[in-house]
Design a binder for this molecule. Structure first.
Ligand code: NAD
Ligand code: UD1
Length: 336
């Protein structure tokens, strides 16, 4: 039996494929390479010592999806594929709704047509209402301000509805906090196109000399040093959480939302200083205005994942900034 990993050549998907292969699962990937590249498949194989089956194609292509289920004995799906940039989703909302929701509808149809009833879905902490107070438990108030966030909320609801309609269906809705870091080998990691929006890729670009300085968005928040606090989680811890979620999915029916975070809040300046110390690099930065839409503090209560999945984050902030920088160096060296 195999696991279908949609978006498996992307940042979180590639790390999860490595974990799956290393634990003996057979892996089938579908990815349209809109935000990743085919050589990630070689890199996954190099780390894991086994090669996933790879289909280059779009989740909106129903025929392809069905043919993958026809060709492989797929008993569960981990669904990463989708568009994920909050700002872009405000500019092109219809593309976000079509891609993220349309892909999921096609996937559910193909799963049902082939008797596959288990799915682990990439949701996000962005589904929590910004006014709620951290640490956030899964029953905190939901509400989101961007089309991207709404696709996550809608998909969670669609999967819940499907679980009610079909009692044999199981959906684990994993709400990720802020994934950073990279595989310690330096072979896979995050490689966004253009100027990054997220903090760690931006810092890496400053460290590489591609961008002159970091803009720290807001220094007057009600936090210990005035800068925004988030729950950063190492992508390898996150990837491992998916294996635990698959195992848990095999023991329950219905839908369940579970946070994947460390439970620790770290400020922007703490991240900058950790990056500088761990990697012996100075990161020039300026304190600027708050970024619209940001809140002061967001971090998880990971108690449910600890208890139900038997999963705990193992890496700390120093591991995360070290591995992010290591990947940038190895990746750049190899792609020159
Ligand atoms: P990513 O962009 O690196 O990976 C997504 C992959 O999906 C890419 O390889 C892309 O090429 C592929 N893809 C996109 N649209 C597709 C389509 N129509 N058909 C086939 N493939 C398609 O993103 P990521 O950071 O690995 O995130 C994975 C998932 O986790 C996404 O659903 C994202 O919304 C969610 N998530 C990410 C974060 C984060 O900070 N990275 C946080 C919360 C949730
Ligand atoms: C953002 C998304 C969220 C998504 C998450 C992970 C928004 C509003 N939210 O969360 O939906 O799930 O990414 O992909 O976009 N910062 C700077 N300078 C920078 C970049 C960021 O100071 O150049 C600060 C931010 O103000 C924030 C922290 O760093 O306090 C983290 O920002 P970021 O990495 O963008 O993640 P989130 O905003 O938490």
């Amino acid at each position: 039996m195999a696991v279908l990993v949609t978006g498996g050549t992307g940042f979180i998907g590639s790390h999860t494929c490595v974990e799956l292969l290393e634990r003996g699962y057979d892996v089938v990937i579908i990815d349209n390479l809109s935000n990743s590249s085919a050589d990630v498949v070689d890199r996954i194989e190099k780390i894991a010592g086994r090669r996933p089956v790879f289909y280059e194609g779009d989740m909106l292509d129903k025929e392809l999806l069905n043919s993958i289920f026809d060709r492989h004995e797929i008993d569960s799906v981990i669904h990463f594929a989708g568009l994920k940039a909050v700002g872009e989703s405000v500019r092109i909302p219809v593309s976000y709704y079509r891609t993220n929701i349309g892909s999921t509808l096609n996937l559910i149809d193909a799963m049902k047509a082939h008797g596959c009833t288990r799915i682990v879905f990439s949701s996000s902490a962005t589904v929590y209402d910004a006014s709620d107070v951290s640490p956030l438990k899964e029953d905190a108030l939901l509400g989101t301000s961007s089309p991207y966030g709404r696709t996550k909320l809608f998909i969670e609801q669609i999967l819940r509805d499907e679980c009610v309609a079909d009692p044999s269906f199981t959906a684990i809705l994993l709400r990720y906090f802020n994934p950073i870091g990279a595989h310690p080998s330096g072979l896979i990691g995050e490689n966004p196109n253009g100027i990054p929006n997220n903090l760690l890729p931006y810092i890496v670009n400053v460290a590489l000399g591609i961008l002159p300085q970091l803009n720290v968005y807001g220094s007057d928040y009600p936090t210990p040093d005035g800068t925004g606090v988030r729950d950063y989680i190492h992508v390898c811890d996150l990837a491992r959480g998916h294996i635990h979620a698959l195992e848990y999915a095999a023991t329950i029916k219905g839908a369940d939302a579970i946070n994947l975070g460390t439970g620790n809040g770290t400020s922007v300046l703490e991240i900058v200083h950790a990056f500088e110390k761990e990697n012996s690099i100075t990161i020039p930065y300026v304190l600027t205005d708050r970024r619209p839409g940001d809140n002061a503090t967001t971090y998880a209560d990971p108690g449910k994942a600890n208890e139900l999945l038997g999963w705990h984050a193992q890496y700390d902030i120093h591991d995360m900034v070290r591995d992010s920088w290591h990947f940038a160096q190895v990746f750049l060296k190899n792609s020159r």
